[in-house]
Design a protein around this ligand. Sequence first.
Ligand SMILES: NC(=O)C1=CN([C@@H]2O[C@H](COP(=O)(O)OP(=O)(O)OC[C@H]3O[C@@H](n4cnc5c(N)ncnc54)[C@H](OP(=O)(O)O)[C@@H]3O)[C@@H](O)[C@H]2O)C=CC1
Ligand SMILES: O=C(O)CCC(=O)C(=O)O
Length: 411
Amino acid sequence: MNALAATSRNFRQAARLLGLDSKLEKSLLIPFREIKVECTIPKDDGTLASFVGFRVQHDNARGPMKGGIRYHPEVDPDEVNALAQLMTWKTAVANVPYGGAKGGIGCDPGKLSISELERLTRVFTQKIHDLIGVHTDVPAPDMGTNPQTMAWILDEYAKFHGYSPAVVTGKPVDLGGSLGRDAATGRGVLFATAALLQDYGKSISGQRFVIQGFGNVGSWAAQLINEGGGKIVAVSDISGAIRNPNGIDITSLVKYVKDKRGIKGFPGADPIDANSILIEDCDVLIPAALGGVINKENANEIRAKFIIEAANHPCDPEADEILSKKGVVILPDIFANSGGVTVSYFEWVQNIQCFMWSEEKVNGVLKTYMTKGYNDVKEMCKTHNCDLRMGAFTLGVNRVARATVLRGWEA
Ligand SMILES: NC(=O)C1=CN([C@@H]2O[C@H](COP(=O)(O)OP(=O)(O)OC[C@H]3O[C@@H](n4cnc5c(N)ncnc54)[C@H](OP(=O)(O)O)[C@@H]3O)[C@@H](O)[C@H]2O)C=CC1
Ligand SMILES: O=C(O)CCC(=O)C(=O)O
């Protein structure tokens, strides 16, 4: 099932549980604005290359639209649309004063040089600069982009509108980025996982974890879970997958990946088939790469008891049904990975106030938000007698619906 169909299906199920008016339901589903731009750049060898970029602004009832920009060969309009919609529910679940948006460029960042990536980012920014802004739409990093990408957007935007650091989050700290933003999504995953495990009488320490993806989110989640006493028994990235049932030395793996640009060949573990990473024996599975990876083809073979959705929409609704029958507990993306956008909000607030928080403050307030978020989701599960995904969706959709109605419909 494609990402947009899956996300919209979850939204409709939540709307039914909430008893939403059908016209309101329809209006919440349709994106506010969809932008598609052509980005042509000269390559280093003098030839021209063209890429398609997207920004989908889904909803702004609760505040400026917010969401990352993804550079990946599989970026397509439906997927960006689904990811933008997820951001609307996610910012509402996290209870930060934003709506939802997402962007992307269909490209393989690994095949572009740094200067080609800079040119591409600047051309994309030239095409969308009038439609983003501190109080309209605030981009951030996602797959394939990073603080450097945000610095280029900030600089290009400044040429048209003046210097305004709050126009993007996830920037380098030297340009007004927040301490703790780099690790924030992984740290949020840690807090969310700890809250869920506690409900089942368990803790991070003593659990065996498998993580798909070792980029920003996966590598930080691995380091923090490892520090918390969890045992990471298998990890994968695009270069391959590795396993060590006694626990992978994550500190050494992080150093190795920095040097070799991938986990392949890491001496402290055995190589395994990358396709089998999701069905490895473990207690907790953390998909932290692409969407749609857990589906009806492999859901029956999953051996984990808990799935923490660090990636966006890693499980499709057909997999949800199979896993629920098997008793697997899924902590949904719109709560589990909300630590990133929550600290993006702290960054935006710091920029607007021209003030900088300590890293301890950022991490401490993030923990408060994640704990409150978990309790709010559980409350909705009780009210609507539903699983955690519907608990999170009903929480997010209800907050956005209330804001929409309060703002009114008069033209
Ligand atoms: N960054 C953030 O703050 C947030 C990100 N997310 C979500 O988390 C997920 C990961 O994002 P992020 O960590 O930022 O992205 P990164 O680009 O930093 O890392 C992505 C990781 O996934 C790996 N990967 C890509 N394709 C595959 C594959 N087919 N099999 C296994 N691994 C693969 C990449 O490998 P390689 O490095 O070898 O290419 C890399 O390790 C995405 O779904 C994103 O939307 C959600 C909330 C916030
Ligand atoms: O930090 C942000 O603004 C958005 C992060 C993001 O893209 C996501 O949560 O999926």
